[in-house]
Design a protein around this ligand. Structure first.
Ligand code: UDX
Length: 449
């Protein structure tokens, strides 16, 4: 089989590379000349564990190629994936201009039957717009070439995208014809080895599935954050509550970790877009509106704890920040809660020394030199008034706390991801704040501090 993947961002690049990995002939297309030149040299625009080696391997085997030329690359393809960006417009709705521009280009240049698949997260109804755009272009050309549209949402997690693609829990494909179903079945056959299903459905349902999945996951997180905040007030420990409820298989033990709010390129954008789609169609997503509101508040929870601890006197204080990316194993800074926390600290005149294992370069695009960057996590601690654990990178889980204590001016830890044990930390002499864990009583702090 031969396929084209248009858009070499996160989704497109992982999709194209993983299809090449199973032996399919893939051309990844992008209008960005620089990006394509770099990809040809093996320089990737994003960090994703294992992806670079996989790109190199498949390029060498000549199963994976990169091109700026959609007109030529689309010819002879069985399937064309549209995996370009759908940035949120001012009003929260997904902007389809890139998706439709690609659809038009496909219509202008296709020479044979092709299944045009939307892979980008797009609102319900987009595949129909793609179909119309292609039809219009074919009509202009006076060409009578059959084609189908399909919707194939991605469920990749950054940091684990290759595994998610190669061993998916499920593959969802929305189709409107038997022919498209057959092509998509053949394409995905190599990925069904672990017995997980390839689920065919109508196109609007597939488009909705993506939003419903992300909205449900975001809901779990905001729900747990709400519970965590209440636990604190009531003297309960959310870590215990999480274990208690997570052992019920109907609830499940995944995605119920409270923290400093969800970030990234998907949840914030998709939750907003779904609320918007509903309201445009006369329906109010009441649960999701609260999910979003809770998430916005949650990004301030750690700052509020810091502000309370230091009684509002943050000017001149130094804060060590561990972790900048929105989650571990990625350099993605989109909607990263770290940005909200750091900016609030800077506004109060505090000094921030930050370290992230991979996102420092990405972070410096947004934060510039408003913060100092440590060469490792320990360096950020020198003379710090407090440590803020913001992203739960594995290497931050078990630091040498003797060194940590020695380097810090004041032994105060604000753990935004509950990766440390409150009792152990307090035994080690730290003043410890977690999310939804029992607060340290004032006398304890004085004796320990
Ligand atoms: C998500 C979906 O998981 C994926 O299926 C979809 O295709 C794209 O969006 P991703 O954005 O890579 O993937 O990140 P994910 O691992 O889902 O985490 C999203 C956010 O939720 C992060 O900010 C993370 O820190 C937060 N989170 C996650 C929590 O706060 N608690 C949890 O229990 C889980």
């Amino acid at each position: 089989m031969r396929i084209a993947v248009v858009g070499t961002g996160y989704v497109g690049l992982v999709t194209g590379t993983c299809f090449a990995e199973v032996g399919i002939d893939v051309t990844c297309i992008d209008i960005d000349v620089n990006k394509i030149e770099n990809l040809k040299k093996g320089i990737l625009p994003i960090y994703e564990p294992g992806l670079e080696e996989m790109v190199m391997r498949n390029t060498q085997k000549e199963r994976l190629s990169f091109s700026n030329d959609l007109a030529t690359s689309i010819q002879g393809c069985d399937v064309a994936f549209i995996a370009v960006g759908t940035p949120p417009g001012e009003d929260g709705s997904a902007d389809l201009k890139h998706v439709l521009a690609v659809a038009r280009a496909i219509g202008q240049h296709m020479t044979n039957y092709v299944v045009v698949v939307t892979k980008s997260t797009v609102p319900v109804g987009t595949a129909n717009k793609v179909r119309t755009a292609i039809e219009q272009e074919l009509e202009k050309r006076g060409a009578n070439i059959p084609f189908d549209v399909a919707s194939n949402p991605e469920f990749l997690k950054e940091g684990a995208a290759i595994d998610d693609f190669l061993k998916p829990d499920r593959i969802v494909v929305g189709v409107a014809s038997q022919r498209a179903e057959e092509v998509m079945s053949k394409l995905y056959k190599p990925f069904l080895m672990n017995g997980h299903p390839l689920i065919f459905m109508d196109i609007p349902s597939a488009e909705m599935t993506k939003y419903a999945a992300n909205a449900m996951l975001a809901t779990k997180i905001s729900f747990m954050n709400d519970i965590a905040n209440l636990c604190e007030i009531m003297g309960a420990d959310v870590n215990m509550v999480r274990k208690g409820i997570g052992s019920d298989v109907r609830i499940g033990n995944k995605f119920i970790y409270p923290g400093i709010g969800y970030g990234g390129s998907c949840f914030p954008k998709d939750v907003k877009a779904l609320i918007k789609t509903a309201s445009e169609n006369g329906y109010e997503m009441r649960v999701l509106k609260s999910v979003e509101e809770v998430n916005e508040n949650q990004k301030s929870v750690l700052f509020n704890k810091i502000n309370n601890h230091f009684k509002g006197e943050l000017a001149g204080k130094t804060f060590a920040v561990w972790g900048l990316s929105f989650k571990p194993k990625t350099d993605d800074m989109r909607e990263a809660p770290s940005l909200v926390i750091i900016n609030k600290l800077l506004e109060q005149g505090a000094k921030v020394k930050a370290y992230d294992p991979v996102a420092m370069k990405e972070a410096s695009h947004t934060l510039g030199n408003t913060v100092e960057y440590g060469k490792d996590e320990y360096e950020t601690l020198i003379d710090a008034d407090a440590l803020l654990l913001v992203t739960e990178w594995p290497e931050f889980r078990s630091p040498n706390f003797n060194v940590v204590s020695r380097l810090m001016k004041d032994k105060v830890v604000f753990d935004g991801r509950n990766i440390y044990d409150a009792a152990e930390m307090r035994e080690k002499g730290f003043v410890y704040y977690g999310i939804g864990v029992k607060q340290q009583v004032e006398e304890e702090k004085v004796t320990l501090g």
